[in-house]
Design a protein around this ligand. Structure first.
Ligand code: BG6
Length: 504
């Protein structure tokens, strides 16, 4: 038998030990849209252990019956693939409970502890517990403390805690939160979730790089000219105006999701697939990012905010008109940041990260642009675009290689063409939802796809100068129309770099 399959480079399909998952914030949006549908889908695929139980908790008072009924509706509404199988659902529902808790009331946590002991006895979950913090971030520290104070940070089995993003609001609050969490739990009990890491196509970045012989030799400053990582959304802030207005896109998307993608693209090959082997390499490349000086922020970052306009033919409001947003808000809904990586592989190769709401198209991709051929033999051709390799993360996941090909005919003319790989065409099935993978991994005790504290700290540290500079009200906001590709300053920024944003 292999001692540690991950060290051997093997990730087997395994079923976790029987356990109970406790969701704090059980009446919230994430629970009904993502968590419970993902758990149901795992059950349908037979990937959950026998006796698996769910305890919903939060300030709302409701009975376990009410909770089951609500979650039943949610699964019917939000399950993405296939139809709900009633017998599978009945089986899930039989293991679902609800208990109100309030961070101001320690007694309620004692009752939770008693319920968990009862479930252990009745359903054979042996003290294995996974706590999920899906509450407003201000409750993460009090929840941790309370769990510790009633002894729920340890048990006869394993205890783990999944913490939703954002992990901190800036460097200082991140550190304070991390400290409080680590006073109660050990680092290997803590799973800081970033749902982008659960996306099949994000994981495929490592496979593309390290399972193939042809890409990695080119994956460095000799051949790569620059890299663009884009997460464009058509949505606005929807019902989350109050929350978003305190956050902005730099904190909402770049500090976590885009930095995670960046590390997978830029890291060195890990020694194995063990969680810490992978995360050590990710942290190492983060350390190599050149700090942005406070007085140089304008040379490294651009911000924007959407005005009214039209997306997909629909007129939409400007950001400042959204519900619960301050009418003079300077919160950014567009951000682009340049990262320079001071190491042997990447010296002088800029990485451009951009994300925004209310752009014309929803697309997340990594585009690696190669250096041009050293000498152009084919004069008179259309100006050739440089070769690029694009990893499309969503939608329409796939990989595209762009290169020059001869136009048929007597003359030698070269035109840019694409070679395409599409997931759906090759594999004929939809990828599982990110939360399915991540919840299962947390139950299995595999933290490879979760953010480690040191990396989260580094990402905050790097962005602090930008966040500080952007405290200053933006005089020109709003500065891009909804449904456009962002503010003109962003185009000018790339122009000064001697480059262009990709047209998507
Ligand atoms: C979340 C952000 O983390 O990611 C949202 O808070 C954003 O603002 C969402 O819309 C995007 O996720 P996805 O999976 O739809 O790309």
């Amino acid at each position: 038998m292999m001692e540690n399959p991950l060290r051997e480079g093997l990730r087997l399909e395994r079923t976790p030990e029987p356990c109970t998952m406790v969701i704090f914030g059980a009446s919230g949006d994430l629970t009904k849209r993502k968590l419970v549908p993902a758990l149901y889908s795992l059950a349908q695929q037979n990937l959950l252990p026998g006796g698996f139980s769910i305890v919903g908790s939060g300030r709302t008072t409701m009975s376990s019956e009410d909770f089951r009924a609500r979650m039943g509706e949610a699964v019917n509404e939000f399950l993405e693939v296939g139809a709900v199988d009633n017998s599978v659902w009945e089986n899930c529902a039989a293991g679902m409970f609800y208990i109100p808790t309030d961070v101001k009331d320690q007694e309620s946590f004692k009752s939770l502890s008693e319920l968990l002991t009862q479930i252990d006895q009745q359903r054979g979950t042996s003290g294995n517990r996974l706590f999920y913090f899906s509450t407003p971030p201000s409750l993460y520290a009090p929840l941790t403390q309370l769990l510790g104070s009633v002894g729920l940070n340890r048990s006869t089995g394993w205890t783990r805690v999944i913490i939703e993003k954002p992990f901190g609001h800036d460097l200082e609050s991140m550190r304070a939160l991390n400290k409080e969490v680590l006073e109660v739990f050990t680092e290997d009990q803590v799973y800081r979730i970033d749902h982008y890491l659960g996306k099949e196509t994000v994981q495929n970045i490592l496979v593309l790089r390290f399972a193939n012989g042809i890409f990695e030799p080119l994956w460095n400053r000799r051949y790569i000219e620059h890299v663009q990582i884009t997460a464009a959304e058509t949505l606005g802030v929807e019902a989350r105006g109050g929350y978003y207005d305190q956050i902005g896109v730099l904190r909402d998307m770049i500090q976590n999701h885009l930095f995670q993608i960046f590390t997978l693209v830029a890291m060195e090959p890990p020694a194995s697939l063990e969680a810490n082997a992978v995360r050590d390499e990710k942290t190492k490349v983060m350390r190599a990012i050149r700090p942005i000086a406070r007085e140089q922020v304008d040379q490294f970052a651009v911000r924007g905010q959407y005005a009214k306009g039209a997306v997909n033919g629909q007129s939409v409001e400007g950001y400042r008109e959204e519900k619960n947003v301050r009418p003079d808000s300077s919160t950014e809904t567009y951000a682009a940041v340049k990262l320079l990586v001071d190491n042997w592989r990447w010296a002088d190769v800029p990485f451009y990260l951009r994300s925004a709401k209310r752009l014309p198209k929803r697309v997340t991709e990594v585009a690696v642009q190669f250096r041009s051929a050293p000498h152009l033999l084919f004069k008179g051709s259309e100006p050739l675009q440089p070769n690029s390799l694009t990893l499309r993360i969503q939608p329409d996941a796939g990989i595209t290689l762009r290169f020059g090909a001869k136009l048929p005919g007597q003359a030698v003319k070269v035109r840019t063409v694409n070679m395409d790989f599409r997931y759906v065409t090759s594999f004929g099935k939809k990828s599982p939802d990110a939360y399915e993978r991540l919840l299962l991994d947390a139950m299995l005790g595999d933290s490879t796809l979760f953010a480690r504290g040191d990396m989260v700290e580094l990402s905050w540290r790097l962005l602090m100068p930008v966040l500080d500079a952007w405290q200053k009200p933006a005089k020109d906001f709003p500065n891009y129309e909804s449904g456009s590709w962002g503010p003109k300053e962003s185009g000018e920024f790339m122009h000064r770099e001697g480059r262009r944003w990709r047209r998507l």
